[in-house]
Design a protein. Structure first.
Length: 145
């Protein structure tokens, strides 16, 4: 499991599920954070997409990437991995195209000064949905071996 850790609200949940399932965890960030053993921390240089590039260059089929970054999710799917948003919503081959198009549209609107707002506040329901989705994704990844 790879965690795109900058601004990820579900790191503790990932550690819990990974311990239970016996999955290694790679936490990738551009600043030092504490991670529990045996999770591995990788601190990359600051900059746009540096952590995303690090993950995308290493993801293998059946790996799981926890990210809210839609282009990283797309790259993960192309590599044969599973991509899961922090809200528990999986990115899939059938949903990634729409997600990329919506992201591009929102960037275009922002470039014209349109205020589009940020993400909705993270809720306990999101956390619960994430836990269920990660459990299911780990089982899928293990079944494909």
């Amino acid at each position: 499991i790879f965690i795109d850790a900058d601004a990820c609200p579900v790191k503790e949940e990932v550690y819990t599920v990974a311990r239970r399932a016996g999955c290694p965890v790679h936490v990738v960030t551009n600043s030092f954070i504490r991670v529990p053993p045996p999770a591995q921390l990788t601190v990359v240089e600051a900059g746009p997409d540096v952590a995303d590039d690090w993950i995308a260059e290493r993801v293998q089929p059946r790996d799981i990437v926890i990210t809210n970054d839609i282009p990283l999710a797309s790259r993960t799917l192309k590599a044969g991995g599973f991509a899961l948003g922090a809200n528990g919503k999986p990115f899939t081959a059938s949903s990634i195209g729409v997600a990329l198009a919506q992201r591009e549209l929102m960037e275009h609107l922002r470039s014209f000064g349109e205020v589009t707002g940020g993400p909705k506040p993270f809720t306990q329901a999101d956390r619960s949905r994430f836990l269920s989705a990660l459990d299911a994704t780990v089982q899928k990844a293990k079944a494909k071996r």
